[in-house]
Write a protein that binds this ligand. Structure first.
Ligand code: TYM
Length: 333
């Protein structure tokens, strides 16, 4: 049986990278798979946070999932901390993860920066919890943006190590990453060589899912570009990261391809292309922002969705944890 698991951190606002790299694909995949979508609130504790803002962000991410088109009845939608199995399996996996594997994780190196000695254990162990998230549900497929590829390889390694250690060949399936669509790595609007990210200090580097039409248009108008008109071929975009990024965003929003976008816009100046892109972005993202806003005023509806999701996720998780405890040699009563 195929089952999807994926999640987003409720840190700051979701942005266009989260949408095009992950959420938009989830909406399509929910028709083909049994799917579990999680708001990974325990992961959000690995960086500085304010408790009240975190609580609000958990609901905001839930609202974004639903507003983008995730059906909370058909799929399981819940917040990670509501199911204790995540933290439990995390510990068991931590006891099977060599430090050498964690030392290779590039995202830890980037996030810890120069102050590695002061980085917290949770940030270092972050990918182990991520493996637990996925394998607690024996998920077979994980739709994510490209930046999560290394973490997913680690999840496969950890699942494989567990299976081998306890001689239970197929206990955990080794999950397949699904890195799909035209925009698997959306770049900053200010620097085409940097990933669009929640943590960039400039709000002009990203389009937030809650931005209004004027803000979206302004950010696109101010996006960094080069002086050349748009080329005819995708190959010619290679050395033009900002142009490539805007064409990629256009293609992903339009459910098209970069070559089809270039066929239509080759020779255009950026001023004209940016205004077409702004119109497209507002048309696609505007309804999501409006629905998010409506849902954020319906707190009881959001909480009901999360509570129901936690019950359904909890039932699957409890079964796996029972099996895991038996396999590793723990007693349960
Ligand atoms: P997070 O919260 O950083 O990002 C959520 C999703 O958005 C994708 N993404 C992007 N895609 C394209 N371009 C970008 N600029 C961009 N920025 C972010 C991410 O790849 C991700 O799919 N570790 C995960 C959360 C997580 C998880 C999991 C995911 C925890 N447990 C289990 C899958 C399965 C993260 O920090 O995502």
């Amino acid at each position: 049986m195929n089952r999807i698991f994926s999640g987003m951190q409720p840190t700051r606002q979701l942005h266009l990278g989260n949408y095009l790299g992950a959420l938009k694909n989830w909406v399509r995949l929910q028709d083909q798979f049994e799917a579990i979508f999680c708001v990974v609130d325990l992961h959000a504790l690995t960086i500085d946070h304010d408790p009240e803002t975190l609580r609000n962000n958990i609901r905001a991410v839930t609202a974004a999932y639903v507003a983008a088109g995730i059906d909370p009845e058909k799929n399981i939608l819940f917040n990670q901390s509501a199911v204790p199995g995540h933290a439990e399996l995390n510990w068991i996996f931590a006891c099977h993860t060599p430090l050498g594997w964690l030392n290779r994780m590039t995202q830890f190196k980037e996030k810890a920066g120069k102050h590695r000695e002061n980085a917290v254990l949770g940030l270092y162990a972050y990918p182990v919890l991520m493996a637990a998230d996925i394998l607690l549900y024996k998920a077979t497929h994980v739709p994510v943006g490209e930046d999560q590829k290394q973490h997913l390889e680690l999840a496969r390694d950890i699942g494989g190590a567990f299976n081998r250690y306890y001689k239970r060949d197929d206990f955990f399936p080794l999950p397949e990453p699904q890195i799909l669509g035209e925009a698997t790595r959306v770049m900053s609007l200010r620097d085409g060589t940097k990933k669009m990210s929640k943590s960039d200090e400039s709000d002009y580097s990203r389009i937030n899912l809650t931005d209004d039409a004027d803000t979206i248009a302004l950010k696109i108008r101010k996006a960094k570009t080069d002086p050349e008109p748009l080329p005819e071929t995708v190959e010619e975009l290679e050395k033009r990261p900002e142009a490539d990024n805007l064409v990629t965003i256009y293609a992903a929003l339009a459910d098209s391809s970069r070559s089809a976008v270039l066929a239509e816009h080759a020779g255009s100046q950026f001023s004209g292309f940016k205004s077409a892109l702004a119109d497209l972005a507002v048309a696609k993202l505007g309804p999501i922002a409006a629905e998010m806003k409506r849902l954020m005023d319906e707190r009881t509806e959001l909480d009901r969705i999360l509570q129901r999701g936690a019950e359904r996720a909890g039932a699957i998780a409890e079964k796996t944890m029972g099996e895991v405890k038996d396999i590793v040699g723990l007693l349960r009563y």
